[in-house]
Design a protein around this ligand. Structure first.
Ligand SMILES: Cc1ncc(C[n+]2csc(CCOP(=O)(O)OP(=O)(O)O)c2C)c(N)n1
Ligand SMILES: [Mg+2]
Length: 355
């Protein structure tokens, strides 16, 4: 068995600050790659900002904001192949867009419309997981299955800092490690689980330290540095494909938005800390990096934004054009032998809905 070293403590970074901290670069990324990463960040940012507006307008339901989480999602997915599987939590609800999934599909999910439930095999993107951590064993099982079949695909499970306190996380991580399953455990450590801060979540010095207990490598990256996230994930993918098993990636960030539209963080978060974090948010930092390299002009940035906005306009129009679903769907797959009372319940529901 390979020797497992203590988890890396320092945050990996590639992007400098334009002043004392110099910019690095990632080997193997062309200028086209750098611009494509930018396009993807803007796509996610636009999705997120528009969704908040759609929520306020009553056009989608409760929505889990992922503002400033885009670099963790775009950077890690860029290190994957299309055959690799993505297991998102609600925080990565729009990650399918990076595989070409229509925005209307994800918006329909937030509208509670059946067209929002895609076939995972169409995109190699599992259903959005709302229970905390329950998708980690699913991802471990899928990854192990790929290994048993001799396929080269791997899986990535996305979860938060709070999920690391859940039994399902432990079971999935331990199982994948023992089976040397090709799994990447991607933890978005935004330092909050709704109103529970990180220090109330764990007694470990870092979340990456947990990897040591599973006998797998643990790395820490700056979650607002899309290039550092990409590089760390690429290494984890290489390890997974080589048969060396899982890697735990702790991407460190700070939640700069409410947990979700139903949350009021002013009750528990220091607003000055949030403002500080917004100053170093991931898209602005990456755009500044591209500008320092001379790769991004105002016009080009504007064109990318306009394209992303158009995709959202089309997406919401398409989602809203879907006919209302039949309320019978609520009952039809619940039980193999439904009780007679279901008929009365459905009739009552139709009466209440005015149908
Ligand atoms: C099993 C389970 N317990 C509790 C909840 C309620 N809940 C929803 S979000 C959340 C916080 C999760 O925090 P974290 O894992 O850090 O993810 P983040 O929301 O910060 O991305 C909790 C406890 C849930 N969805 N599932
Ligand atoms: Mg969290």
């Amino acid at each position: 068995m390979a020797q497992v070293l203590p988890a890396e403590r320092d945050l990996r970074r590639v992007i400098g600050d334009g002043e004392g901290v110099p910019d690095g670069e990632v080997e193997g990324l062309s200028e086209d790659d750098l611009l494509e990463l930018h396009r993807r960040l803007v796509q996610l940012r636009t999705y997120d900002e528009r969704s908040l507006v759609y929520h306020r307008q009553g056009r989608i339901g409760t929505y889990a904001i992922f503002w400033n989480h885009e670099a963790m999602q775009a950077g890690s997915v860029y290190a994957l192949e299309r055959e690799d599987w993505i297991f998102p939590s609600y925080r990565e609800s729009a990650i399918g867009l990076l595989r070409g999934m229509p925005a209307s599909t994800v918006l329909s999910w937030w509208r509670g419309h059946p067209t929002g439930w895609w076939n995972p095999a169409d995109w190699n993107v599992a259903s959005i997981c709302v229970p905390i951590g329950t998708h980690v064993p699913h991802a471990a099982g899928l990854a192990w299955g790929k290994k048993l079949r001799g396929e080269s695909a791997c899986a990535v499970a996305y979860f938060g800092d709070g999920a690391t306190s859940e039994g399902a996380f432990h079971e999935g991580a331990n199982f994948a490690a023992v089976m040397r399953a090709p799994l990447i455990l991607f933890c978005n450590n935004n330092q909050w689980a709704i109103s529970t801060p990180l220090e109330a979540q764990t007694a470990a010095e870092t979340l990456a330290d947990k990897a040591v207990g599973y006998g797998i490598p643990g790395v820490r990256v700056d979650g607002a540095d899309v290039l550092a996230v990409y590089e760390a994930t690429r290494e984890a993918v290489t390890r997974a494909r080589a048969g060396d098993g899982p890697t735990f990636i702790e991407a460190v960030t700070y939640r700069a938005a409410p947990h979700a539209t139903a949350d009021d963080p002013s009750a528990y978060i220091d607003p000055a800390r949030v403002e500080e974090e917004k100053e170093r948010e991931c898209l602005g930092r990456y755009e500044a990096y591209l500008r320092r390299l001379g790769l991004l002009s105002d016009e080009a940035a504007e064109a990318v934004r306009a394209e992303a906005l158009e995709r959202m306009r089309e997406g919401i129009a398409q989602a809203e054009a879907e006919p209302a679903p039949d309320p019978a769907l609520l009952f039809s797959h619940a039980l193999a032998s439904p009780p007679a009372s279901f008929d009365q319940d459905l009739a009552e529901l139709r009466r209440v809905l005015g149908g």
